[in-house]
Write a protein that binds this ligand. Sequence first.
Ligand code: AMP
Length: 143
Amino acid sequence: MLSVRQMLSEKGSAVVSITPNTSVFDALKVMSEKNIGAVLVMEDEELLGIFSERDYARKVILAGRSSKTTEVKELMTSKVYCIDPSRTIQDVMELMNDHRFRHVPVMENEKVIGVLSSGDVMRGVVAEQKNTIDSLESYLLRQ
Ligand code: AMP
């Protein structure tokens, strides 16, 4: 089964982060520029939280707050669930399903080495299924 480390090597280990006092507006700009749905909140390599589009929709727009005067640290989720690179794609799916979020930082030796999204998981599952089908097909053709 595909490991988290293999998924990261396919995807690359870019980590997009902002500092806690970044405004929500600037956080959204970063997410838009990088075409991602969540951003890690970090200070000196320490992971302090995560901020996603869902936080913006629910805690800013619906709550009538201003994105320019609200700092990310006021709204971020501070208890971030991470995963070790030795775990599997199945573990990532379970974590995402159990907690209903779509982003999981990968942590090794207390350092963030990448982030996986539900899109990455979907791509991984499809690639794995394609591999299985390809090997079954070539096995059958050899019979
Ligand atoms: P998402 O589905 O990733 O947009 O996130 C939904 C909610 O879960 C938001 O409040 C996020 O801040 C939070 N969240 C996203 N990823 C994580 C994570 N790995 N650990 C804890 N909370 C998270």
